[in-house]
Structure formats: C-alpha cells, structure tokens
Design a protein around this ligand. Structure first.
Ligand code: ZN
Length: 165
C-alpha cells in the first residue's frame, strides 16, 4: 500500500519549499527499534510533519508526535504508560551549505542533512527513541512480589518472554 508510512519518503527541500503537510497514524508495531522498550506494540502514535521556508530562505521541518506507548517498568516489568508529546524543529541543510556552528540561534531546533529521500518512519523512530526514558518505572509498582526473580536468572529472559505475546 503506497499510503503506508513505511513507504513514505520525502524530498526534504521540496517538501519545505512547497509547504508540505503530512499527517499519519503510525502503529507502534511499525517501529521495530522501539520493540525492546515497549511492553506492547498495540496502539499507535499521531504524527504530523510540516515543512516551510522562512524569510531568510532557510528550509525547515517540524515534526509533532503524540501518543501513549506502554513501556516496560524496569522494576517489575509491568506495563507503564508514557504520555509522549514531541515537537521537533529541524533545519534542513542543503549539500554544501554551511552548518550552523555549535548552537543554533534557537535551542529547540536541530540541523539535519536535507536528504532527497528521507524516510519519514525512520525520522519518527529516531525522535521517539530520543524522547523515551532510558529506565521507565512505575512511581509505585503494583505487585512488587512479581519481581524479575520469578522469571529466571536474567531480567532480559523475562523481557524476551513478554515480547512473544
Ligand atoms: Zn513497576
């Protein structure tokens, strides 16, 4: 299906020049690099990508991502909902263009290479991975007795079990 996010590739500069807007719902099961962090791949994220050129001729993308993935609590391995709200501004750097030194004027923006065939899914996945906590935990685990010790020697064995379902 050509409409699938996995197949969606944009020419960054063209997308910005034409004021492109793309809105998609992305299933968590379409983001394989997230799988190790998730308690379940059910559910989806709302994604909106917008491009424009500013008065100085700089090209920009803004990526908004929202959803509530369920991560694995690092203490009890239960599911812990993580409200995710991301807004990233990306300045597109054309080939040969000088990259901003060190900090951009605006801290909230990053610079990326203006690829002619950027995978929207890979961009979404990168941004989500950056935003997720490294060690998610419940504030208070519901059943501390159901600890990792019940799952054999390694917490990773238990994670592997969870992923099978
Ligand atoms: Zn927990």
């Amino acid at each position: 299906m050509s409409d699938s996010i996995a197949a969606t590739v944009i020419d960054c500069l063209e997308f910005a020049r034409s004021g492109g807007v793309l809105e998609r719902s992305v299933g968590l099961d379409e983001l394989p690099r997230l799988a190790d962090l998730l308690s379940t791949t059910d559910g989806c994220l709302s994604v909106r990508l917008e491009g424009w050129r500013d008065d100085e001729g700089k090209s920009w993308l803004q990526l908004d991502i929202a959803g509530e993935p369920v991560l694995c609590c690092q203490r009890c391995l239960g599911g812990v909902k993580f409200p995710l709200v991301i807004r990233s501004r990306l300045q597109l750097m054309a080939p040969g263009e000088d990259w901003p030194d060190g900090d951009l004027e605006d801290d909230s923006a990053d610079a990326i290479a203006a690829e002619a065939a950027l995978s929207v899914l890979a961009l979404v996945e990168d941004e989500v991975l950056l935003a997720l906590p490294i060690a998610p935990r419940h504030e208070q685990c519901e059943s501390p007795s159901a600890s990792v010790t019940g799952h054999g020697s390694s917490p990773f064995a238990a994670l592997a079990d969870l992923k099978k379902h």
